[in-house]
Ligand binder design. Structure first.
Ligand code: SAM
Length: 184
């Protein structure tokens, strides 16, 4: 598959508090970041946003890979099921334990990881349900940058060598300009 499964185990992102249409752009960026960094999929809690789904499915079709989306499931149910199946939860929050301090324990555990990011205010219950509450600095930042930083430290840079199977197009790195090959 050319993905990171054997290197870091299963990673799923849970997006809480997505508001239609207000969060479309940020949730899309959370999702694209999750995909590009090798997460298996994303769950958009509580709501179904078809505009979001269309954008992501289009990117997945063109750029390949097996990234999946689930939407509309109540977040408490997702969390409960994840934990009952032996998964662990890293909730990203400015109020948590600094990433450099938290990451070694998280990396040492082989269990599937649910990485939770919020949009509007995250319910206190989520802080209790999380295995770890992790802060990417104790300053308010964007969920997109928090997720990218977390995954970078978690994967130790392995996201830079991922291959996405069944792509229609592939970007060829170049010093200038845009090189894209059509694979179909
Ligand atoms: N105002 C909301 C609150 O007080 O819960 C948070 C809004 S923030 C823009 C959206 C999400 O970004 C948060 O739920 C969290 O997942 C993430 N986030 C923001 N700052 C963070 C930080 N310093 N470390 C980790 N995650 C952070």
């Amino acid at each position: 598959m050319g993905r990171h499964h054997t290197l870091a185990g299963q990673i799923v992102v849970l997006r809480l508090g997505h508001r239609i249409p207000r969060d479309l752009r940020v949730t899309t960026h959370v999702c694209l970041t999750a995909r590009a960094f090798g997460a298996d999929g994303i769950i958009i809690a509580d709501v179904v946003d078809t505009a979001f789904e269309k954008t992501i499915l289009d990117v997945c079709k063109r750029f390949g890979g097996s990234f999946w989306i689930r939407m509309g499931e109540p977040w408490r149910q997702v969390v409960k099921e994840w934990k009952s199946q032996g998964g662990e939860i890293a909730h990203l929050t400015a109020y948590g334990v600094p990433l450099p301090q938290a990451i070694e324990v998280i990396k040492a555990s082989p269990n599937p990881k649910l990485v939770v990011v919020g949009a509007e205010k995250v319910p206190g219950e989520m802080f209790e349900a999380a295995t770890w509450n992790v802060a990417v600095t104790n300053q308010p930042i964007s969920e997109v940058s928090a997720l990218a930083m977390f995954l970078d430290r978690y994967l130790e840079g392995k996201q830079f060598s991922l291959e996405f199977e069944n792509a229609e197009v592939k970007i060829i790195p170049s010093e200038r300009g845009k090189k894209v090959v059509n694979l179909t």
